[in-house]
Design a protein around this ligand. Structure first.
Ligand SMILES: Cc1cc2nc3c(=O)[nH]c(=O)nc-3n(C[C@H](O)[C@H](O)[C@H](O)COP(=O)(O)OP(=O)(O)OC[C@H]3O[C@@H](n4cnc5c(N)ncnc54)[C@H](O)[C@@H]3O)c2cc1C
Length: 453
């Protein structure tokens, strides 16, 4: 496939954008930026430091592939790039000190597993799989020069894969002012990004005494379709077990659960009638932190506490780098739908929940897709034609904790010119069982082994 040279604003380094993205706008001229920006300004020199020098990395051996984001997509990519070509020099750029898993985290909220199962080490992952982990954040990209600027210095590369996950779109909850959004995010964290938000939600539940706990389902293609329903079951089961005089109120803009509907509706009815209320066709249009209220078309709902999940968007980084598809309401990356590269640029790829294909935003999808993208990059690096393979969405949901019982779905994707993307080879089990409960936990442990061992 002929490679086109990238030109224009997206590919090049626009000074205003560079400063804006690096958080330096208004700081004046910046020193030591490798000749990209102008003359010295003492106040900004310290900030310019890491951006002006190369990151401390072992000497480069072979073609360098930088993977941005150490989530389900990036961790799998880093490992499987090395498997596809042992000579690749792979650098994983991830700012978090430790990996915490979103998948299985609802089970932790429900008391089914301990938090230790969710936590893993980037050092172990990198050492076990022969790549380098750089604890840093990507702040800017020069796709023409193939140079990535991180908070720990710049990296020159042959290929780069961006797998930065998601951010939240608070205006979708009627919270349009960014300052107000920051207050809502802190008061009622969505806990659909791993780490502090999850710990905060657990803390809220541990301290919850009585009243209504509001959860919601966002519109659009949000991260983990069954996640909000599974979470409602886990919190309801926790209230039941602990004898808490609370009720979970799940607000859903849809007419029924977006996936595994029969299994979730049966669980709501048979297991949680007294502790879980499910309101369909209900969209949140505003949030009042002072009054502990959400506003819907049907009026205000007061609550004791809440965890509010806005519409998701591709990580802000994608838009900041000018890589979002202007047609995507969720700011997802504009990429080749089969080979994941930015159009006209065979050196830049976007994967995981920032992708624009309407696949399920799930860990299993990100993991299986990353293995395919590793092969695509290895093929291109060797001058060969890449092959498309469908990712696989396997998703279990725990609906009961007494005993542990789950439901599940397993599906692949197909593309036709008439219909676009569609599910294929679908296996759906909505009859909850202990066997699936066990398989659920084993599925998670198997994937952690796949990414970290
Ligand atoms: C509660 C919950 C339950 C879930 N359950 C399941 C399940 O049962 N099964 C399933 O398959 N999926 C499940 N998911 C979905 C799954 O977690 C996501 O789809 C998956 O994590 C997506 O992978 P990703 O790599 O795209 O994003 P992430 O895993 O979010 O990783 C993105 C990474 O990028 C990093 N990053 C962001 N910006 C930068 C930057 N500028 N520079 C460097 N790094 C950056 C972040 O720190 C993060 O580590 C669940 C999700 C949640 C929240």
């Amino acid at each position: 496939m002929a490679e086109k040279k990238t030109t224009g604003r997206r590919a090049g380094m626009d000074r205003r954008d560079f400063l804006k993205t690096a958080g330096l706008a208004g700081a004046g001229a910046v020193a030591g930026m490798g000749g990209i920006v102008g003359s010295a300004a003492p106040a900004a020199a310290a900030v310019a430091g890491p951006l002006g020098r190369a990151a401390d990395l072992p000497p480069r051996k072979g073609q360098r592939v930088v993977v941005v984001g150490g989530g389900w997509s990036g961790l799998t990519l880093a490992k499987y790039l090395k498997k596809a070509n042992a000579d690749f020099d792979v650098v994983l750029v991830e700012p978090n000190a430790m990996f915490m898993s979103c998948p299985l985290s609802n089970l932790w909220l429900g008391g089914v597993i301990g938090i230790d199962i969710l936590l893993h080490s980037y050092v172990e992952a990198a050492r076990n799989n022969g790549y380098v982990w750089l604890q840093a954040m990507l702040v800017q990209l020069d796709r023409e020069k193939r140079r990535a600027w991180t908070t720990a210095g710049y990296i020159d590369y042959d290929y780069i894969v961006l797998a930065p996950g998601i951010d939240y779109d608070y205006p979708s909850l009627g919270v349009k002012d960014p300052a107000e959004a920051a207050i809502v995010a802190q008061a009622y964290p969505a806990a659909f990004k791993p780490g502090s938000e999850h710990l905060s939600l657990k803390e809220k539940l541990d301290n919850f005494e009585e009243g209504t706990f509001v959860l919601n389902v966002p519109p659009g293609n949000y991260r983990c379709l069954p996640g909000p329903y599974e979470r409602a079951c886990m919190i309801a089961s926790y209230f039941k077990k602990e004898g808490i005089k609370g009720k979970v109120l799940l607000l859903d803009p849809n007419e029924e659960p977006t996936i595994k509907a029969e299994g979730f509706l049966k669980a709501f009815e048979e297991l949680y009638k007294d502790v879980l209320e499910y309101h369909t066709a209900t969209t949140i249009t505003g949030v009042d932190v002072g009054k502990n209220q959400v506003i819907t078309e049907f009026g205000e709902i007061e609550f004791a506490d809440a965890s509010l999940y806005p519409r998701v968007r591709a990580a802000r980084l994608i838009e900041d780098l000018g890589l979002n598809d202007p047609k995507s309401r969720q700011y997802e990356a504009k990429i080749d739908p089969f080979f994941y590269n930015v159009p006209g640029d065979l050196h830049t790829y976007v994967t995981g929940d920032s992708r624009s294909q309407p696949f399920s935003k799930s860990g299993n999808t990100a993991n299986t897709e990353a293995k395919v993208v590793a092969k695509i990059i290895a093929a291109r690096a060797a001058g060969k034609e890449p092959k498309w393979e469908s990712p696989n969405t396997i998703c279990y949901s725990m609906v009961n904790t007494d005993p542990n019982e789950s439901i599940m779905v397993d599906a692949k994707y197909t593309f036709t010119k008439d219909k676009g993307w569609d599910f294929t080879d679908v296996k759906l089990i909505t009859e909850r069982s202990r066997q699936l409960g066990k398989a659920n936990i084993e599925w998670g442990k198997g994937l952690y082994r796949d990414m970290f061992m």
